[in-house]
Design a protein around this ligand. Structure first.
Ligand code: NI
Length: 129
């Protein structure tokens, strides 16, 4: 599976964006508000690497707990999948646990995404191609 982006949890998306710009990143997609997940999302790129800044906007955000626990940090790698259901089955057999079931992501053109966690490899996201 090809890597689509690396998800980066940030407390203040504007301030984070400024610093990533200082580091040479350019904005691929300006902030999109995902009401379903209660997050702001911005995609940036440097040297072919794409990062997704994810910032919780409320205590009900899907990542509010992670932010409290982890702070500003990279926290998932997103992979493109040709057949999400098939890949989910393969990953579940390899001890991944579903963290967020498959549903559309407004910030990625409404494509379906899901999140899984492995006990030793941490969190990944799948996005349909
Ligand atoms: Ni992501």
């Amino acid at each position: 599976m090809k890597i689509h982006h690396i998800g980066y949890l940030v407390k203040k998306i504007d301030k984070a964006k400024e610093e990533f710009k200082n580091m040479g990143y350019t904005v691929l997609q300006e902030d999109v508000y995902d009401d379903d997940r209660q997050i702001n999302i911005c995609f940036m790129e440097k040297d072919g690497y794409v990062i997704e800044l994810v910032s919780p906007t409320s205590k009900e955000s899907t990542v509010a707990g992670l932010m409290k626990k982890l702070g500003n940090t990279p926290y998932h790698i997103c992979y493109e999948t040709e057949d999400m259901d098939k890949d989910i089955q393969i990953l579940l057999a390899r001890k991944y646990v579903m963290w967020e079931e498959k549903k559309p992501a407004i910030a990625i053109d409404g494509k379906k995404v899901c999140f899984l966690i492995h006990p030793y490899a941490g969190m990944i996201e799948l996005v349909e191609r």
